[in-house]
Design a protein around this ligand. Structure first.
Ligand code: COI
Length: 357
């Protein structure tokens, strides 16, 4: 491929003059800090997505009045590519991410992105930066598609121009070890009629301050509860959350306030297929606390693309801390193994989730 090429599908490619890959210590990767050599870019203006491009990864230039800076018109996705031991590359349920980013965009009054551009752009990007995807359980390439409002204007209304990007970052674990979480009894992540179900940038920014307060108390994350009563468990912000009470696996239903997590729904499908006792229903905070007190709370874990399955070792609620068992052969480890075995092409994929690229 020449430095600059246009593929038959119209995708324009400009290759990086040199690769940064030799500067990376792939054995010690901090989540989300290193990016591959290229990125996908597609501008929207005059009511239309323009011809997409892949260009060297690097800073972008925006007018200081671009609306993303002022009104937070921005959405994103998180997905991963995996490599098996024979060097084949796979995505996990990529259509789910594609559909969700367009759902998020719709809620933020942004235009839907064409599937063909997403599929060919992502496939070509993964092909160009394939060396960055390392084989071996735990290694992956975290893929971050995102859309921002670029129109130069501080008018408080939706923009007329946007850019869709895809950037990629080699990844290992998101959380090191097990985490402690604090149940929210004052702050809220989302409200009915709001944007909780969307992967909107602002949903995350709004969590930083309360999460910092929780960190001061020794917690890693917050378990969000419903904003009107704080009685019901919702999600953990960067993960959906599962409880095991005795042998029953419990999680809250998704709603307009809760992100429809792809890892969450995959775990539910696996659990149902394997005959686990599963309940998807409203979960009262008091029910979890009671179960922790009487020893029926056997496990708690979060599930998300970045975190995969993250074991929760303790829960805080109103100045009390409740220890949660950490089981070596519990449900969390079981679902993590089943999921990652499918993702890394180590097990049969009866659901058809794995997509070879
Ligand atoms: C993901 O799991 O992809 C997320 O969105 C979490 C992210 C905020 C790191």
């Amino acid at each position: 491929m020449n430095k600059e090429t246009t593929l038959s599908n119209g995708l324009k490619i400009t290759k990086a003059a040199s690769s940064k890959i030799n500067e990376v210590d792939f054995k010690n990767i901090d989540f989300g800090k290193i990016f591959t050599d290229h990125m996908f870019v597609c501008h929207y203006n005059n009511g239309k997505w323009q011809q997409p491009e892949i260009v060297p990864y690097g800073p972008i230039q925006l007018d200081p009045s671009a609306r993303v800076f002022h009104y937070g018109q921005a959405v994103f996705e998180g997905m991963k590519a995996y490599k098996d031991n024979s060097g084949n590359t796979f995505l996990f349920r990529p259509d789910e991410n594609f559909n969700r980013i367009n759902k998020s965009s719709e809620r933020l009054a942004m235009p839907a992105f064409p599937k063909e551009f997403f599929d060919t752009g992502l496939e070509t990007l993964l092909d160009m930066d394939n060396e960055w995807i390392k084989p071996g359980m735990g290694n992956s390439l975290y893929i971050r598609p995102f859309v921002i409002a670029t129109e130069a204007s501080v008018m408080a209304s939706e923009a007329n121009s946007y850019t869709f990007y895809i950037i990629c970052s080699p990844a290992q674990a998101y959380y090191e070890g097990e985490v402690d979480v604090l149940i929210a009894d004052f702050f809220s992540r989302s409200a009915s009629g709001g944007i909780g179900y969307a992967k909107a940038a602002g949903n995350y920014a709004a969590q930083f301050y309360p999460t910092n307060l929780a960190k001061e108390k020794g917690y890693d994350q917050i378990i969000w509860t419903d904003s009107s009563s704080h009685k019901y468990i919702e999600e953990a912000g960067t993960m959906n959350i599962f409880f095991r009470i005795n042998d029953t696996l419990l999680t809250a239903p998704t709603s307009e306030r809760i992100l429809d997590g792809i890892t969450r729904k995959s775990i539910l499908d696996l659990a149902n297929k394997e005959g686990f006792n599963v309940e998807v229903r409203n979960i009262e905070v008091t029910e979890i606390i009671k179960a922790a007190e009487n020893g029926n709370l056997k496990e708690v874990f979060g599930a998300g693309t970045a975190a995969v399955v993250s074991v929760i070792k303790g829960i805080g609620f109103k100045d009390k801390h409740y220890k949660v068992p950490v089981l070596q052969d519990g449900y969390a480890q079981h679902f993590k193994k089943s999921l990652t075995n499918i993702q890394y092409n180590l097990a049969e994929d009866s659901f058809g989730w794995r997509v070879k690229v």
